[in-house]
Write a protein that binds this ligand. Structure first.
Ligand code: SF4
Ligand code: SF4
Length: 226
């Protein structure tokens, strides 16, 4: 579904606002594992076949259960009940308290003033500490088999979702979110995302500790159940 953005361009309904302070967050109730976000990302950024900046994780694959609106998957998961097949698009969430930035020994990963977490290729030594540090599996090393380790690393240069920062600078949304057929990738401020999830009857997939990593302790409160 689409809407008109600030400059008249077409945006997906999951894209509520873009630019400084934006956050990317999945709505697990809406994802149908169609792969549209993966294709949109690859096409937009011309990624190699083995490099996926979004990975759709599917749980309880093939298990029958409630689907679609009002399926209450997150509630069922929290209660230890069968959620039925459940898919989650995992990518870099540009965390407020980014563990990858904390563990990177060379400052190759930086939390920028506008909120995006960026990779500075020229500083990455391929140690892959960020892969261990990220709770969401976002860091990729597409060239790790090419003998590209430059100093101590297992290899490669870290690659991840950029949040389509260049697109956002011209008031476009991330390609994945704009092209998602079910608007399962939300983009906006923390309050906007929390309000939209509530409007849909969805809940965050992640626990509150993970939410504090992604949004920071203050903004994570937007998602606490009242
Ligand atoms: S910890 Fe993972 S999800 Fe968070 S900013 Fe770093 S790479 Fe992205
Ligand atoms: S692999 Fe690169 S980006 Fe990741 S922690 Fe090591 S130096 Fe930093």
């Amino acid at each position: 579904m689409t809407q008109e953005g600030p400059s008249g361009q077409v945006m997906g309904e999951g894209v509520m606002s873009t630019g400084e302070g934006m956050r990317i967050f999945p709505d697990v109730e809406a994802c149908i594992d169609c792969g549209g976000c993966v294709v949109a990302c690859k096409r937009t950024w011309d990624r190699e076949i083995d490099n996926q900046r979004i990975d759709i994780t599917t749980m309880a694959e093939g298990v029958a259960g409630p689907q679609g609106e009002n399926a209450d998957k997150t509630e069922r998961l929290a209660a230890g009940e069968n959620p039925g097949e459940t898919s989650l698009p995992m990518q870099c969430y540009h965390c407020e308290n980014a563990p990858c930035v904390s563990v990177c020994p060379t400052n190759a990963l930086q939390k920028e003033d506008d909120g995006f977490v960026t990779v500075h290729d020229d500083l990455c030594v391929g140690c892959q500490y960020c892969l261990s540090g990220c709770p969401f599996g976002a860091p990729q090393f597409p060239d790790s088999d090419d003998g590209a380790a430059r100093i101590v690393g297992t290899g490669g240069i870290m690659d991840k979702c950029t949040g389509c920062r260049e697109r956002q600078e011209v008031q476009k949304g991330p390609a994945c979110a704009e092209e998602c057929a079910t608007d399962a990738i939300l983009v906006g401020g923390a309050g906007e995302i929390a309000d939209e999830l509530e409007r849909r009857g969805s809940q965050p997939f992640f626990n509150q500790e993970a939410m504090k990593i992604i949004f920071g302790a203050e903004d994570a409160q937007f998602f606490e159940e009242s």
